[in-house]
Design a protein around this ligand. Structure first.
Ligand code: GTP
Ligand code: ZN
Length: 186
């Protein structure tokens, strides 16, 4: 736990009109600091750490899709959660990535302050860099608490963002196959 961060949370409690000395809030600055550090622990990770060398030789040159990877991030404008799922696909060129590592890459970038578009691109570029794939596609669908709990207060809107690299960008057939397999029409 970072004591500096805990002190800032104590100030936030004062700022919102709370009494940080009341019994229920005594440990709240420490807890909040610990929780925030966890939610932002992507800053402390590197691609080398999260993938741990789990690249395996394979002759497969067909599309690999990991879909419905749940995702929790914080929007960098309000520091409120956005929650959804990521679908990641790539076309290997001799090496495949350990399955769980795809989800770890998603978490590494999601556990930072983000906007959804940048998160989508960072995941796609990281998968490309690690696998040297012939193409990478990432689609993220998420609900933003900053749009639900406050502000415009829309409860049912979902933001969809996508990044297509290589074959997914160049070939509409490849892109359509991916979108169809994740249950989306192009
Ligand atoms: N494109 C994009 N916008 C986002 C994302 N997360 C939050 N936003 C938007 O960032 C914008 C910030 O707008 P501002 O007008 O500066 O802030 P605000 O007054 O709090 O805006 P409202 O949310 O409209 O009340 C809002 O339109 C948010 O909906 C994201 O991941 N991608
Ligand atoms: Zn926001």
């Amino acid at each position: 736990m970072n004591p500096l961060l805990a002190n800032h949370y104590r100030e936030i409690l004062v700022g919102i009109g709370e009494n940080p000395e009341r019994e229920g809030l005594l440990d709240t600055p420490k807890r909040a600091a610990k929780a925030m550090q966890y939610l932002c622990n992507g800053y402390t990770m590197s691609l080398e750490d999260v993938t741990n060398g789990a690249l395996f030789q394979s002759q497969s040159d067909e599309m690999v899709i990991v879909s419905d990877i749940e995702l929790y991030s914080l929007c960098e404008h309000h520091m409120l959660p956005f929650i959804g799922k990521a679908h990641v696909a790539y076309i290997p060129t001799g090496r495949v990535l350990g399955l769980s590592k795809v989800a770890r890459v998603v978490d590494m970038f999601a556990r930072r302050l983000q906007i959804q578009e940048n998160l989508t691109r960072q995941i796609a570029e990281a998968i490309q860099q690690i696998t040297d794939a012939a193409g990478v596609a990432v689609v993220i669908e998420a609900r933003h608490m900053c749009m639900m709990m406050r502000g415009v207060a829309k409860q049912n809107s979902i933001m969809t963002s996508s990044v297509m690299l290589g074959a997914f960008r160049e070939s509409s057939t490849t892109r359509q196959e991916f979108l169809q397999l994740i249950g989306r029409r192009s």
